[in-house]
Ligand binder design. Structure first.
Ligand SMILES: NC(=O)c1ccc[n+]([C@@H]2O[C@H](COP(=O)([O-])OP(=O)(O)OC[C@H]3O[C@@H](n4cnc5c(N)ncnc54)[C@H](OP(=O)(O)O)[C@@H]3O)[C@@H](O)[C@H]2O)c1
Length: 258
């Protein structure tokens, strides 16, 4: 099966070679800057590169849009497709219906639920692939593609996918922001961030094993106000972190009464 990849960012950089390893032919890679498309294609067997969205002459059967969320609608409005192809995007938050702007009758979503950074290796078989399509044939094709990449493929509609994406923002983006603040506090005080590594790993392992809510420890859940006051004094120079500390501590205390 021939596949065209639209985009050359974090997801495209991982998805294109992963699809090739799974036996698909990456036919074309599009990026608005041709050197970016070439950066992806140089790791592929025989992909053509393009900075033009006219694919009327293409023999690909699957078109995968992996561009920034805000650009999906624009690409959908501009792309010229061959007859009889399936076009999908890879976003967690954008509804499938945005692809109704394309001329294709067959649209869908293939959302890999993982955080991707271009230069970081990732194990595809462990990544849940969430699919959605507007036809049974399209869904069957996406299931086949998903199963060739991953051990876990699930059908999730746009509404549920957005809920999952919201949860993902909390467990990934917000947690990562907390780690960044921890890193800042240690380095500003000439402390070694790696001292926190076992704690970071155990936090995640324990939450997965016994549940995050049952895993909570620390001054907020104990309502230890004198320790929280000391921390607030340490953050005196940084009003924004003080606000964050207060909001999260209050949310932890409130969660006891849910
Ligand atoms: N990264 C993740 O962890 C992750 C995980 C799951 C799903 N996703 C989804 O996958 C999609 C791609 O994300 P990403 O992280 O790969 O993004 P990214 O690394 O920021 O790359 C975005 C790509 O979109 C292109 N682009 C932006 N605006 C464009 C426009 N107006 N016309 C044409 N191309 C445009 C960029 O081109 P330039 O280089 O020219 O700007 C770049 O190739 C998004 O829908 C995202 O929600 C991401």
């Amino acid at each position: 099966m021939k596949v065209t990849i639209i985009g050359a960012g974090n997801v495209a950089s991982h998805l294109a070679p992963a699809l090739e390893r799974a036996g698909y032919i990456i036919n074309e890679v599009y990026a608005r800057r041709i050197d970016e498309a070439e950066r992806i294609s140089q790791n592929l067997y025989s992909a053509n590169t393009s900075d033009n969205l006219d694919f009327s002459g293409s023999d690909s059967v699957l078109f995968l849009i992996a561009v920034s969320d805000y650009a999906i609608e624009q690409i959908a409005g501009e792309i010229v497709l061959p007859d009889q192809c399936l076009i999908v995007h890879t976003s967690g938050s954008i509804p499938m219906s945005v692809l109704e702007l394309t001329a294709s009758d067959s649209i869908g979503v293939l959302y890999p639920l993982q955080t991707f950074s271009r230069n970081r290796k990732i194990s595809f078989p462990e990544i849940p692939i969430l699919t959605e399509a507007n036809t049974p044939e399209g869904l069957a094709m996406l299931e086949q593609v998903g199963k060739s990449l991953s051990k876990r493929v699930a059908l999730v509609d746009s509404e549920k996918r957005l809920q999952l994406h919201l949860a993902a923002v909390f467990v990934n983006n917000f947690v990562n922001h907390m780690l960044t603040i921890g890193d800042e506090i240690t380095s500003e005080n000439n402390l070694d961030f790696s001292l926190l590594e076992p704690l970071i790993r155990e936090t995640v392992d324990k939450a997965i094993e016994i549940g995050a809510s049952d895993s909570q420890t620390g001054p907020a859940i104990r309502e230890d106000h004198s320790t929280m006051e000391m921390h607030m004094e340490l953050l005196e120079e940084n009003e924004s972190y003080q606000r964050l500390y207060k909001i999260i501590s209050k949310s932890i205390i409130d969660s006891k009464n849910l």
